[in-house]
Design a protein around this ligand. Structure first.
Ligand code: ATP
Ligand code: MG
Length: 477
């Protein structure tokens, strides 16, 4: 089936069988990760929308194996979001909580009574995010960096300048602040734009496998190496490689990686041949690498080598009203699907967006808006739908704004409920048609584009109506 959505699964075969029975959602197929990789190798177009990873009663070695499997899935373009399945008491385990935070977008608790509901909600949000862009992931579909704060302006300048040179680039910023997006922008602006862009999360690999993932290995070089494997550095030949969470690279891999940066050559694990690789490296991290050096977790010589071209990504809370521009951009993107009723954010939501500290940065903003867009069936999204606390408006100057906002919401809602018929909406509001025209003109910037489109261009003649065009009539409130 062309649009069939696949779910990848990591866990035991019993877990897989249990999930398959529990889910039983039409048009979805759940397949084990290894089978998913085989399928995608033979048929690249398959649409893997999400992954379930069964973490119930998990052991540490199994957890490391799961990281490697997720990494393999990502390397094979099975770039779905992963959801951990856990018992509630599993969550007492610090290591597991940390693992879920780094690998998964969410977790669901056993006994999964609401598994089907959860899944439906997840898939509904997924199709909302994807329907305009086909199978494109919302997260990767923003080619441009949105925002006009001084911080963003500076970043654009750096991207422009750095993309022309071939040296490694280090991007530092909080989680969800846009490091990968910046790396992609650098790639797109660089002379290597026609080459590949590949990404590897150094934190998601088991320390035993990291060398082999980076540099590849020869057949028989260690137990289980049944065939030659090409590492990601070699695979990205000619292109750009993003090494995400570079601070998590184990020390022995750091030695070999530094050697590659200096000499432009790699040797596969267990091999002797030196292979020249021409590649642009972009490294990203959310940790302070100077501190990691001080604690002996990161090599100083590697930091010096990486630190030449550095981009510090400002957190969202330091980008002023960029948050509103981004919020509109995200909502507009969702609106293209036509499943979204909301046309904007109400005043409380606007204040709340500005006041929130955004620990998860733009990713958190995207997630909140996606959720709110699904829940909201009115014209304007409210603060509570974003899961944010409404901010009290402190000054009297806000009163006019509040009144205007309330008026605009009432008009939009009346128009919407009356199918954008102005006569019926005026009746529902208890005002004359001309007054409605006048108010709609006054609130043009707050109303949806549909409301403005549907407003008749030939206004009824009336002494009550003063056209706004040409700046003649807009003093009448
Ligand atoms: N300035 C921006 N304009 C538009 N979208 C953005 C911007 N910054 C981030 N995003 C979007 O926010 C999400 C998170 O960005 P990204 O994955 O690049 O962050 P990150 O810093 O790599 O996160 P992590 O530390 O978790 O790896 C993505 O969907 C990205 O497209
Ligand atoms: Mg990232």
């Amino acid at each position: 089936m062309k649009n069939k959505r696949y779910l990848a699964f990591i866990g035991s075969s019993t877990g897989l069988a249990e999930m398959s029975i529990d889910l039983n959602v039409a048009a979805e197929e759940i397949v084990a990760a290894e089978q998913a990789i085989r399928k995608i190798n033979s048929h690249r177009q398959l649409n893997f929308v999400m992954g379930l990873v069964d973490l119930r009663d998990i052991t540490e070695p199994a957890l490391r194996g799961f990281s490697a499997q997720i990494q393999q899935c990502r390397l094979h373009n099975i770039g779905c979001d992963w959801i951990g399945l856990v018992h509630s008491n599993d969550l007492d385990n610090d290591r597991l909580r940390q693992w879920i935070r780094s690998e998964c977008v969410d977790f669901w608790l056993h006994p999964f009574q609401r598994l089907r509901d959860h899944l439906r909600q997840f898939l509904a949000q997924h199709s909302l995010a994807h329907s305009a862009a086909g199978t494109e992931d919302l997260r990767n579909s923003y080619v441009d960096l949105i925002g006009s704060s001084p911080g963003m302006h500076h970043m654009r300048q750096l991207i422009d300048r750095f993309s022309k040179v071939n040296s490694p680039i280090l991007i530092i910023g909080e989680t969800g602040s846009g490091k990968e997006l910046i790396a992609r922008n650098i790639y797109q602006a660089s002379p290597r734009a026609k080459g590949k862009f590949m990404a590897l999360n150094c934190g998601a690999m088991s320390p035993q496998l990291v060398q082999s993932e980076l540099f590849g290995h020869e057949k028989g070089s260690f137990t289980g190496a049944n065939h030659r494997k090409i590492g990601i550095i070699e695979a990205a030949q000619g292109g750009t490689l993003l090494l995400d969470e570079i601070g998590d690279l184990p020390l022995d891999a750091q030695v070999n990686f530094l050697r590659f940066l200096q000499e432009g050559k790699i040797t596969r694990v267990g091999g002797t041949e030196e292979i020249a690789v021409d590649l642009r490296i972009v490294a990203a991290t959310h940790v302070n690498l100077e501190q990691a050096v001080a604690h002996g977790r990161f090599r100083e010589d590697l930091l010096y080598r990486l630190n030449v071209l550095k981009i510090d990504v400002p957190p969202l809370r330091e980008r002023g009203s960029d948050v509103l521009v981004l919020a509109d951009h995200i909502l507009n993107h969702l609106k293209k699907t036509n499943h979204v009723t909301a046309r904007g954010f109400d005043m409380d939501a606007t204040h709340a967006l500005l006041a929130h500290s955004w620990p998860g940065n733009v990713r958190e903003l995207t997630n909140r808006i996606q959720r709110a867009a699904v829940m909201c069936d009115r014209a304007l999204i409210a603060a509570y739908e974003l899961g944010l606390n409404p901010q009290p408006s402190s000054s009297a100057a806000h009163l006019d704004e509040a009144r205007d906002h309330a008026e605009a919401i009432a008009i939009e809602e009346a128009l919407m409920s009356q199918g954008y018929n102005f006569s019926r909406a005026a009746k529902a509001l208890g005002i004359s048609r001309v007054t409605l025209y006048r108010l709609a003109s006054k609130h043009a910037s707050r109303l949806s584009s549909q409301a403005m489109r549907e407003m008749p261009s030939a206004m009824p003649p009336s002494s009550d109506f003063m056209p706004l065009a040409g700046g003649r009539g807009n003093t009448r409130h």
